[in-house]
Design a protein around this ligand. Structure first.
Ligand SMILES: *Cc1c(COP(=O)(O)O)cnc(C)c1O
Length: 389
């Protein structure tokens, strides 16, 4: 029961990072619920690798090793939440007066921490349309220290060409971080496409069962890893062993869930395209997806996220969301339960309206995260709600 780099993704997903407990043979890595680690002697301090659970914990290490085995790179770090991963990455890589370039469509919290918290320490941010790498190149200044993209982006699903932006970043000597939450390393591996750091909200597909919030990063470069690890320890943004335990179990079925949820998403998207009360459907697996060629080129699957607009605008959209029964009206995505979200009032409420509209996050956008239920039931629920409008 060991894992190595030559094994298929699905084998590494189950076995990497985990080996039977040497004391008992327990097949699962235990929850090392402890603050501290007794040292054998002053001279042998840190001999076993751990001193205090803010700095490191064996259950968390097991998850970090598993994620590295899936994303590639030199190592991973786990955090209390996806936002802790984002914040520590930015703080670790830049300083006061530096400039960063972000995708114009990013997770609402990423926009919020950059423009409402980190700006107070003099961080300058440019939100650019990273779908075209030329825009990234044009936005680079002398003090640009980080390029942060998210693809597919939450919630519009706009794609960034990871290889093209990584090339621009490399030429300028600026690290490129990719938020890979929507597709997971099973469908998309940014480090193989030239990115320097890949980031996840493990809350989403990795844990996948609406049990816990968490985050991770994986670095291609040891120096980046150490800078961010230092900040994680200073700020105390580490993941707890309990969350690492849940996530270790969740990841084992990640690719299998993603395949089934993506198949459901495609069926739902195809159904929505045929309904008279639907104005527009967006899913990277549909021929009508504006960046279909890029979607097929840089990812091996299209994920469980889609969105649509209902005829009749916001009012019809709200009615529809209230009438859905099987789809739960909730923030979060990537879980086994199917969820519906109104991004404008929920996940992206803090983004200024003009900026939101310019990024394509319209008032009537209904975001869906297809779960693991039967597609027949999921479609029937959408049909009854749409028919009633
Ligand atoms: C949810 C999400 C985050 C933030 O993660 P939390 O675990 O909620 O802090 C970051 N990026 C993307 C793309 C997300 O969907």
């Amino acid at each position: 029961m060991s894992s190595n780099d030559n094994q298929d993704f699905k084998t590494r997903e189950v076995h990497a990072g985990v080996s039977p407990d040497p004391l008992t043979g327990a097949i699962l890595t235990p929850i090392y619920q402890t603050t501290t680690y007794v040292q054998e002697s002053v001279d042998k301090y840190l001999e076993k690798g751990y001193s205090y659970s803010r700095s490191g914990n064996p259950t968390v290490t097991a998850l970090e090793e598993k994620i590295t085995a899936l994303e590639g790179g030199v190592g991973s770090l786990c955090f209390a939440t996806g936002m802790a991963a984002t914040s520590c990455t930015i703080i670790g890589m830049v300083g006061a007066g530096d400039h960063i370039i972000l995708s114009d469509v990013v997770y609402g919290g990423t926009h919020r921490v950059s423009t409402k918290v980190l700006n107070r320490w003099g961080l300058e941010c440019s939100f650019v349309d990273t779908a075209d790498a030329a825009n990234v190149k044009n936005a680079i200044r002398d003090n640009t220290k980080l390029i942060f993209t998210e693809t597919p982006a939450n919630p519009t699903l706009k794609l960034t060409d990871i290889a093209a932006v990584s090339e621009v970043a490399k030429a300028a000597g600026i690290p490129h971080v990719v938020d890979n939450t929507f597709l997971t390393p099973y469908y998309q591996r940014p480090l193989e496409l030239g990115a320097d750091i890949t980031l996840h909200s493990t809350t989403k597909f990795m844990e996948g069962h609406n049990v816990s919030v968490g985050g991770s990063i994986t670095c291609a470069n040891q120096e980046h890893l150490e800078k961010i690890m230092f900040v994680r320890n200073c700020l105390g943004s580490n993941m707890t062993p309990m969350v690492a335990f849940y996530t270790l179990q969740g990841v084992k079925t990640m690719s299998t869930r993603l395949e089934a949820q993506s198949a459901n998403a495609l069926k739902v998207a195809q159904f929505l395209e045929t309904h008279a009360n639907v104005e527009r459907v967006c899913y990277p697996g549909l021929e009508s997806f504006p960046q279909k060629e890029l979607a097929d080129r840089q990812a091996s699957g299209h994920g469980s996220m889609l969105w649509f607009e209902v005829k009749g605008g916001v009012e019809s959209g709200k009615k529809l969301m209230d009438r859905l029964q099987l789809w739960s009206l909730a923030e979060n995505l990537g879980s086994v339960e199917s969820l519906v979200t109104h991004s404008v009032t929920m996940t992206h409420a803090d983004m200024p309206r003009e900026e939101r509209l310019a990024a394509g996050i319209t008032d009537g956008l209904v975001r869906l995260s297809a779960g693991l239920e039967s597609s027949v039931d999921l479609i029937a629920d959408l049909k009854q709600a749409l028919d009633s409008l």
